[in-house]
Design a protein around this ligand. Sequence first.
Ligand code: SAM
Ligand code: SF4
Length: 490
Amino acid sequence: MHDRTKTLFIETVGCQMNVLDSELIVGSLRRQGYELVHDATAADVILFNTCSVRAHAEEKIYSALGRLRRHMRENPDVVLGVLGCMAQKDQEEVRRRAPHVDMVVGTGQLARVPELVEEVKRTRAPQYALSLGRADGGKDEVTASFESFDPPRDASMRPTPFQAYVRIQIGCDKFCTYCVVPATRGPEQSRHPDHIVAECRQLASEGCKEVTLIGQTVNSYKFDHGERRSRLSDLIARIHDIAGIERIKFVTNFPKDMTDDLLDAVRELPKAVKYLHVPVQSGCDEVLKRMKRLYTVGSYREMLHRSRERVPGVAISSDFIVGFCGETEQAFQKSMGLVREAKFKNSFIFKYSPRPGTKADDFYADDVSEDVKKRRNNDLLAVQNENSLEDHRSRIGQTVEVLVEGPSRVGERQPTGGVRQLTGRTMTDHIVVFDGHDRLIGQSLTVHIREASPFTLYGDAETGTVEPNELNQRSATTVPLTRRVTLPLI
Ligand code: SAM
Ligand code: SF4
């Protein structure tokens, strides 16, 4: 007699790193016989892969855990786990606020999830797997306690088979004063380039066309082989040689580490996407200094100028934090001025959220009211939206190459005769919506831009040249496999 299928539910909050971690966790549990379900109360194992960057993300998880309290009491065989950043940073708090949680597993211990699930089932005793805190040992010891989690991939576990995140670096050593990441993800470590290239080759052989290389400060990537050093530009060049890979992206960049060799690689290598996400955070030097961002507005401007000179047509996006400790109206107006002038493709704007354990929380007062933070957020967004619209309008009439990602989320119209609104991205990461058949998903095709909004380009696809193939059929039926609470990405 067969066992009943074991079921798994996972909810993911936060950045690309977490999305990738969840994909890999689902893959490893599937190998143990689990099937993914989309309703937590129908699952034998319920996992939350968490984010600590802002308080809001944590509160969402505590609410979800609270809603499961009764379910856990009534279903004593179910396993409930909290994984990722909150687990690493706040294990005591998770235990206190959600005593019905069975497993708390930090970002550096995710490989142990299948084993710990079995352990909970066998013993019903809570299981904890955490790496050392940044001050809990020598650097080597702390580094060793954060293991990169890169098990073999399973193509069917990705939302789309033709796109994949590839981790090239874990952790962060920049210690910006507002940020929890150095604590939750541990010391910066770059993966061996041979392992990254092997993973990309494997992905390509499974039909993957676009890889996004991810790291907290991805352009600080460096791997020393004795005398010789591999940089991000070297890595991109090696991935560029892999047949089948059509696009190479990388996020997120640290402004100070935007070197000329990287910019030259982006310009010279046709598969490198002409898009750089380089968060500035503030347009005011005093604020940047309090944030310990290690650059000035002047040097950021120089980096913007150099990037645009060396990579003609490159699109650049940024992140901003508004209402950081001591941000006066005058300081905020400098951020407004920078957004006006810098012509970012888009900006992700966040209200400062004090994070216990960070330098800013220890040493500076959170002295900008919530109302002012909200107003500054809206003001900055309004200027950014004007710029995005201007940028988008300048593209009307152009013909662009789009990698088709799937049905458009903004699409209001129902499909007719198999044709619906599809979405994809250009080589400058601009979002394009157009009408097309599902079989185009996963294909690169030419689109004529006809209309623009601040967020989207609308166009007409030239479909005559595209032949459906096996990958199209597969991608057309593929659905996102892990549920995701959408928060802004890094
Ligand atoms: N490593 C990337 C960098 O340095 O640009 C960013 C990583 S961080 C997880 C993503 C974004 O969240 C940051 O760029 C910043 O704008 C925002 N962020 C980080 N800590 C924050 C905090 N305490 N409050 C509000 N926003 C925050
Ligand atoms: Fe956080 Fe990015 Fe600063 Fe690292 S570089 S501490 S991840 S904001």
